[in-house]
Design a protein. Structure first.
Length: 102
């Protein structure tokens, strides 16, 4: 299954459940049927996501060194989080909440 995050400030982002759950966990939100990240919460959420990228220290592995079964599916944490960080920054700048399940 998937979860779609929406905001009046940007296009929606759809993530597979595992990735969406990871993002919500990183920002300290519980996944419910519906949810909101308010404008007031966004700066802290952005900081937490950027800190997770730094802490994870994940750089893409050169293609020739990847395990064959992972070569086509490896997506770094940074690559997964940046579109969501961008959404939060745009929403914060425009004063719009980010919602899911609506």
């Amino acid at each position: 299954m998937a979860l779609t995050f929406t905001s009046k400030a940007s296009a929606g982002i759809t993530m597979l459940d595992a990735n969406a759950n990871q993002v919500l966990e990183l920002i300290g939100k519980e996944r419910g049927e519906r949810g909101v990240i308010s404008v007031a919460e966004m700066p802290a959420c952005i900081d937490k996501l950027k800190a997770a990228i730094v802490a994870h220290g994940e750089e893409p592995i050169p293609y020739e060194r990847q395990e064959p079964e992972r070569a086509a599916t490896f997506v770094s944490l940074k690559a997964r989080l940046w579109p969501f960080i961008d959404m939060l920054e745009r929403a914060h700048a425009k004063g719009a909440d980010v919602l899911w399940g609506v």
